[in-house]
Design a protein around this ligand. Structure first.
Ligand code: ITT
Length: 196
């Protein structure tokens, strides 16, 4: 079994990495599996920068190969905010039911509801150049929150081609079209080569 460590504490993300990488023969470990991990500050201004910061922190601290995901929701009517601040928007520990309600209220009367999820995945390994895998999915802010699947902003992120919010999709449906699903497939192709 090939092992890969994802530098994340986000349960929703980790679940999606496991759903996609375990069937490919990877055992996916996360930060809570590493002893004495010191969390890094996400000081980057773009997703790619933060992804590299998080993956490199694990590679530097433990001398092992690692991956990290930095992702978020860009809302066009809010100048692409919350963007890289998506986890911290309205407070890191604020429940998403509240964050989503505030976004729906702020969107009232705004015609342009376009938004996108963005995902940057970084891969790092001692004595190797880091690699980045990036993808997005174009969506709209829904008129109301719907669905109980997924995590974070999923209940208010509406995907027109399936006429559902991300939280109304099954795991398979979301992984097939999501920013993270698409970026993980690029990572997978690279890992297959790197681990030959
Ligand atoms: P780690 O850094 O430990 O991985 P984090 O949650 O702090 O966890 P980010 O800084 O990358 O990670 O923030 C990503 C945020 O973007 C996440 O907390 C959600 O609010 C949002 N987000 C990203 N992808 C999402 C998805 O597929 N569904 C719902 N919300 C998502």
């Amino acid at each position: 079994m090939k092992q890969i460590v994802i530098a994340s504490t986000n349960k929703g993300k980790i679940k999606e990495f496991k759903e996609m990488l375990e069937p490919e023969g990877y055992e996916v470990l996360c930060l809570s599996d590493l002893p004495d991990y010191k969390e890094v500050e996400e000081t980057g201004t773009i997703f790619q920068e933060n992804a590299i910061l998080k993956a490199a922190a694990v590679t530097n601290q433990y001398g092992i190969e690692a991956i990290a995901d930095d992702s978020g929701l860009e809302i066009d009517a809010f100048n692409k905010e919350p963007g890289v601040h998506s986890a911290r928007y309205l407070g890191h520990d604020t429940p998403y039911s509240y964050k989503n309600k505030v976004i729906l209220e702020r969107m009232e009367g705004i015609e342009n509801r376009n938004c996108r999820y963005v995902c940057a995945i970084a891969w790092t390994k001692p004595n190797h150049e880091p690699h980045l895998f990036y993808d997005t999915v174009e969506c709209q802010i829904a008129l109301e929150a719907k669905g109980d699947n997924g995590f974070g902003y999923d209940p208010i992120v509406y995907y027109e081609p399936l006429q559902k919010t991300m939280a109304e999709m099954s795991a398979e449906e979301k992984n097939a079209i999501s920013h993270r699903g698409k970026a993980i497939r690029k990572l997978e192709a690279f890992l297959d080569e790197a681990h030959k």
